[in-house]
Design a protein around this ligand. Structure first.
Ligand SMILES: [Zn+2]
Ligand SMILES: [Zn+2]
Length: 660
């Protein structure tokens, strides 16, 4: 029985008593004297082998170091190194160890900033006048290895703020002092491993010997506090796992992701380019990328036509007053670009298409009979993103949304959501995505609209998801202030998640623009407005597609489906003739009729990941045929160009219909 309150981090215990430690979910208990480190108590509860895999424990929902002295009865859960919480602790501990190694190697001139665990790894930010090099990473890693060999304990001590200040001032660690300035309360905890002491809440692994499977992965610049006006620091990224096998698997996946990087493939396959003279975050679509986009857009329009949508086009700028009415200036102003004056009136670039669609809605009186109104637009919008946040096609400053707005009556909402989901999943499947996570976000703390509206709409979204037989998670309170929403995150070949589709109910804009329709009762009512985007942004979706297919697009999407190549100059004329025939037949074909070795031409086409190579020699010319070589190196029997075109057509249809 223990006589104390639950204060596990108290270091000096005066009274002696026994505490009971019970292992949650297992029928195991032990008694230890107050003040015993928890790790000691574990000897009675789990095997030695198990104990060595534990990095911390959880009690009452909080994580603690295994070295924490026991001061009360506890029901604990052990945290193994390979659990999500365990990995986070492991990675964060690696960050400390890395900082230790950096200070050892590069001396006192280095200032340390922060070093958290992140998804899949960790980083630490350093302030050092000279840049780190990739060779430095190797040296740092080697030094870390020496340190882990020693199994140095991570020890925690609580000190007063004044002591902490004195300590970090003595070591010239200005960033730590700045962090200390913002801490409220009178004491902080410090963690020491070897000769490195850091300001840290913990918990940490018991000793550095547990850190065996790690790798420093890359260098980057990062502003202190993410603020462009503060110093630029050097960030070293690393990753760590519970064992060498998991690390190896992760590094292989990372390498695969690197090979598929859309920025690299975009350059090699000449799909798109981003240039300084144009501006960061602004995409230039090269001919092959543009062809792919056209194919996506055509398919998108066709699907929307089939699902009874109508198409709109709207301008890129509008009077500033419109954005006042819509609320964008108040709620979204910092993402919008500065106003421009035209004839002494202020205009702004659009960050969203919605107000334009509402303006079209308002061109005349609407009746309940014409509902639902489904309007879609491939609308190009401009939103400010910090330079540091920009990333290839994934994070840009100008992009095209595959937008749509649906105006309907409350009793139509569920069916409309069902229809949107149907179209949404069909389009995603077409592009090879049939793995996704779906989230339903409910009312946040700040919201507009009545309780009743929110409840009804949330229920409608839920019922539609259920009717469609889709598993989903509820994200409580994560809805937008104007209504509940459904988000769909697709998973690519490498299992990475991408947020693409969003379906949002809106009680706000219809109110702000005071739009209405005449109901069956001859009275004016406010319609429900749904915003939705399926691919999200064409730019981003394109980036995801490039990485998903590693640039080897299926035939229906391939910007170039076939490249025609001759063996010698004697087939030149025949080549020119069938090249035109293929184009007439709608095949997306390129020709390579240069006087080069065939093997050389084949290799080039392979690098470009073109699905088919059409090879012509004398034999083919005489038979009026082509030899068809597939991207994977296999040959198909010779065929005429008409047969080839028919085959391509069938394959494209099949690929899309696989999609169902
Ligand atoms: Zn720490
Ligand atoms: Zn909208």
């Amino acid at each position: 029985m223990c006589l104390f309150f639950f204060i596990p981090r108290t270091e000096s215990i005066l009274l002696m008593a026994d505490c009971t430690i019970a292992l949650l979910g297992a029928d195991k208990k032990t008694m230890v004297p107050v003040g015993t480190p928890l790790a000691e108590a574990l000897k009675e509860l789990v095997s030695n082998k198990q104990r060595k895999q534990m990095v911390a424990y959880r009690a009452n929902g909080e994580l603690y170091d295994l070295s924490t002295p026991v001061v009360t009865d506890l029901e604990i859960e052990l945290v193994p190194a390979d659990s999500p919480a365990g990995l986070e602790i492991l990675r964060h501990s690696c960050a400390h160890l890395m900082a230790h190694a950096v200070l050892d190697l590069f001396g006192a001139e280095v200032k340390v900033a922060i070093g958290p665990a992140i998804e899949d790894g960790f980083y630490y930010d350093f302030d050092r006048s000279q840049p780190f090099t990739p060779e430095d990473l190797e040296k740092i890693e080697a030094r870390m290895q020496q340190l882990t060999g020693g199994a140095l304990p991570f020890s925690r001590r609580n000190v007063s703020l004044a002591e902490a200040r004195e300590f970090f001032a003595g070591h010239n660690q200005d960033y730590k002092l700045e962090i200390l300035d913002e801490i409220e309360g009178d004491s902080v905890s410090l963690y020491q491993v070897g000769e490195f002491t850091d300001l840290c809440r913990g918990p940490h692994v018991p000793h550095s010997g547990l850190l065996q499977a790690y790798k420093l992965t890359r260098l980057a610049g990062a502003y202190w506090r993410g603020d462009e006006k503060r110093p630029m620091l050097q960030r070293i990224y690393g990753t760590a796992f519970a064992n060498a096998r998991d690390l190896k698997e992760y590094l292989e996946k990372l390498e695969e992701a690197r090979k598929r990087d859309h920025r690299k493939l975009g350059r090699e396959l000449e799909l798109f380019t981003i240039q300084d003279q144009i501006g960061p975050g602004l995409i230039l679509w090269q001919p092959k990328g543009a062809m792919l986009r056209k194919l996506i857009e055509d398919q998108w329009r066709e699907e929307h036509y089939r699902h009874d949508y109508e198409l709109l086009y709207t301008p890129h700028i509008a009077r500033r007053d419109l954005w006042k009415t819509s609320g964008h200036l108040d709620f979204y102003g910092e993402n919008m670009y500065a106003a421009m004056e035209i004839d002494e009136v202020s205009y702004q670039l659009k960050p969203m298409n919605c107000p334009f669609h509402i303006a079209i809605y308002n061109t005349r009186k609407r009746s309940y009979r014409e509902f639902p109104i489904r309007w879609c637009e491939l609308g190009t919008v401009y939103r400010y993103e910090k330079t540091g946040a920009l990333h290839g096609l994934m994070r840009v400053r100008g992009f095209t949304q595959d937008d749509a707005h649906i105006f309907c009556r409350p009793d139509q909402l569920e069916e409309e959501i069902f229809n949107i989901l149907d179209l949404n999943l069909r389009i995603l499947r077409m592009f090879g995505f049939d793995n996704y996570d779906i989230y339903l976000s409910t009312r946040p703390e700040k919201f507009v609209g009545s309780d009743e509206n929110w409840q009804q709409a949330t229920e409608a979204l839920k019922l539609a998801l259920e009717k469609k037989g889709l598993a989903f998670e509820i994200d409580p309170g994560e809805g937008v202030f104007y209504g509940p929403k459904i988000d769909i995150k697709i998973k690519d070949v490498l299992g990475r998640s991408w947020q693409c589709s969003t379906i949002q109910v809106d009680f706000n804009l219809p109110e702000r623009f005071a739009i209405s329709y005449t109901g069956a009762d001859d009275q004016a009512h406010q319609p429900i407005m749904i915003h939705r985007a399926l691919m999200g942004s064409l730019e981003r979706f394109f980036g995801v597609l490039i990485e998903h297919y590693a640039g080897a697009f299926p035939v229906w999407l391939a910007p170039v489906q076939a490249r025609l190549m001759n063996i010698t100059d004697s087939q030149l004329e025949y080549g020119e003739k069938i090249y035109l025939e293929l184009r007439q037949l709608g095949v997306r074909v390129e020709k390579d009729l240069r006087n080069e070795k065939l093997n050389y031409k084949i290799r080039e086409a392979q690098v470009q990941k073109i699905p088919y190579m059409l090879i012509i020699g004398d034999k083919e010319m005489e038979a009026g045929q082509v030899t068809v070589r597939q991207r994977d190196g296999q040959n198909l029997p010779p065929m005429t160009v008409a047969e080839f075109a028919a085959m391509i057509g069938e394959q494209s249809t099949a690929e899309k219909n696989l999609a169902g």
